[in-house]
Design a binder for this molecule. Structure first.
Ligand SMILES: Nc1nc2c(c(=O)[nH]1)N[C@H]1C(S)=C(S)[C@@H](COP(=O)(O)O)O[C@H]1N2
Ligand SMILES: [Mo]
Length: 259
């Protein structure tokens, strides 16, 4: 990806912060109107702290009705991971897949899809806003991340939750070029933050992150890691990869992508 693309994307990151409130409906594109663009640019000043002061930690993202669900939910980023370990799991319909939970936890976990499905579930119809300027509405069902974290029993020094994925979006052919993301506790323990295994009433398909992806409904799409392999509780992400807390963050996106 070129530098020019990065800066356009990071402009849109800020733009989408306000754009999210201006748009309604299905898979729309952001307005190209110069006035709207100016308003969007001023959202630059909205820092994480300001957003947190406006949004109380428990505020819910808007939930929609069945009839609002987009007929065609765009798939973005990796849509068909080709890493050998992922291909082997997909071949066997993810029966051998496990969600590993570790890091600063008292109980390391290794959970199968059936074990995750047997946990209490939450279903929600929400709007997904991508930094690239499109939005789609979909229904997601899964287990609340808080439920899994409570089972793992976090150690007191844990501050962030990191998601490690199977897809090699950086195409470097190593662990280091695979997708990863991180969120802090207000989002990790938020009611609508779920590890989703179903989309629109069906098993989550490969384009959208099979077998498991996270939904972080008050942030932009890139925070919502697909193809999750491992979840880790950490005190800091300074020493992980590029040190910015995510695949795109290491390439210039903002870490906190509240909408
Ligand atoms: N593992 C992984 N997760 C990912 C991505 C990716 O490329 N790899 N792309 C992100 C981006 S930019 C968006 S907009 C959403 C897209 O989710 P969708 O394919 O269900 O629309 O996934 C996010 N999570
Ligand atoms: Mo995105």
């Amino acid at each position: 990806m070129s530098k020019k693309q990065v800066s356009r994307r990071s402009f849109l990151t800020r733009g989408a912060a306000l754009g999210g409130t201006l748009l309604l409906g299905g898979c729309d594109s952001l307005s190209r109107d110069p006035l709207v663009q100016r308003i969007l640019a001023s959202a630059e000043t909205l820092t994480e702290a300001v957003q947190r002061a406006i949004l109380t930690p428990n505020d819910l993202a808007r939930e929609y009705a069945h009839e609002d669900i987009s007929a065609d939910f765009k798939a973005n980023g990796s849509t068909n991971p080709r890493t050998p370990d992922y291909l082997a799991l997909a071949e066997n319909d993810f029966r051998d897949w496990r969600l590993e939970v570790g890091g600063l936890v008292q109980n390391e976990l290794s959970l199968s899809l059936d074990e995750l499905r047997a946990m209490p579930s939450r279903s929600q119809i929400t709007r997904h806003d991508c930094v690239e300027g499109w939005s789609c509405i979909g229904q997601w069902k899964g287990v609340q991340l808080s439920h899994v974290l409570n089972k793992a029993a976090l150690k007191p020094n844990a501050k962030y939750i990191v998601f490690y994925c199977y897809d090699d979006l950086g195409r470097g052919g190593s662990e280091d070029s695979r997708y990863y993301e991180s969120i802090a506790f207000p989002d990790a323990f938020h009611e609508q933050t779920i590890l989703a295994y179903e989309m629109n009433g069906e098993r989550l398909g490969i384009p959208h992150g099979a077998p498991l992806r996270v939904r972080v409904e008050r942030q932009l799409g890139y925070k919502m890691a697909k193809y999750i392999r491992r979840i880790e509780a950490v005190e800091s992400f300074d020493d992980i990869r590029g040190g910015h807390g995510g695949f795109w963050e290491d390439r210039g996106y903002t870490w906190y992508a509240g909408i």
